[in-house]
Design a protein around this ligand. Structure first.
Ligand code: AP5
Ligand code: MG
Length: 212
């Protein structure tokens, strides 16, 4: 089974993906997390993608697909929860082939919708753990101890692309290149529209749809 969590930056894809993948025993695949890991490890790929991540532009398809193929190869035989992928129609077409190779089928595309003013507010107050990837929010989900990860005890950081001007670019990229992916899946009747304003309600609505 492949579940795709779709939506603009800040709608809560990562937050719900962690919960869903644990509950379902599936592999969480966030292409954003994979790219940030390359950056942190200062690999050649990391250096190539730095300017895209810092400016809020989409990373070229070939780089993302290469990393994704490696990840799917390592976790072959398991179901996947995709978060932030696919983001272009070409990525979506490639995923069809990769899914078939893994003997998996795309079963759900959840389009999570949140008003833009709320999204901007959430992103400005987000903090993440650079070590284990846990997601916090100084306003809506603060850690128990200020700026310290509840899960692994590392210091939390502010994502470099969670600045007002970069958030605007990310939202623009979403509108220009990513939203079209929805039509690709709508034709196959895979899309469910869900409000992401209330996280608990979102999880309650997704659970029965994925057989939980
Ligand atoms: P990526 O890391 O995927 O970022 P994004 O899509 O911009 O999405 P976010 O991670 O910002 O938001 P989210 O929906 O996961 O929200 P979250 O759960 O954290 O991509 C980053 C960059 O990598 C891109 O700009 C691009 O350069 C590159 N990239 C990645 N994938 C790519 C691809 N496939 N192709 C090309 N380039 C790619 O929640 C946000 C905040 O809100 C958190 O603080 C959270 O605690 C809080 N929150 C969540 N839910 C709620 C709620 N219900 N109520 C209150 N607060 C909430
Ligand atoms: Mg995310």
């Amino acid at each position: 089974m492949i579940i795709i969590l779709f939506g603009a930056p800040g709608v809560g894809k990562g937050t719900i993906a962690v919960r869903l993948s644990v509950e379902m025993g599936m592999v969480h695949v966030s292409t954003g997390d994979i790219l940030r890991e390359e950056l942190a490890k200062k690999t050649d790929v990391g250096e190539k993608v730095r300017e895209f991540l810092d400016s809020g532009l989409l990373v070229p398809d070939d780089i993302v697909l290469d990393l994704l193929k490696k990840k799917m190869g390592r976790d072959r035989g398991r179901g996947f929860v995709f978060d932030g992928f696919p983001r272009t129609v070409d990525q979506a077409k490639e995923l069809d082939g990769l899914a078939a190779e893994c003997g998996q089928e795309i079963s759900h595309v959840f389009n999570i919708v949140v008003p833009e003013d709320i999204v901007v507010k959430r992103l400005c107050s987000r903090r993440i753990c650079p070590k284990c990837g846990a997601i916090y929010n100084t306003e809506f989900k603060p850690p128990k101890k200020d700026m310290v990860c509840d899960v692994c005890g590392s210091g939390l950081v502010h994502r470099s692309d969670d600045r007002d001007e970069v958030i605007r670019v990310r939202l623009h990229e979403y509108g220009k290149k990513t939203r079209a992916v929805l039509e690709y899946y709508e034709k196959r009747k895979l899309v469910s529209q869900l409000s992401g304003v209330d996280g608990e309600e979102l999880f309650r609505r997704i659970s029965p749809l994925v057989g939980k």
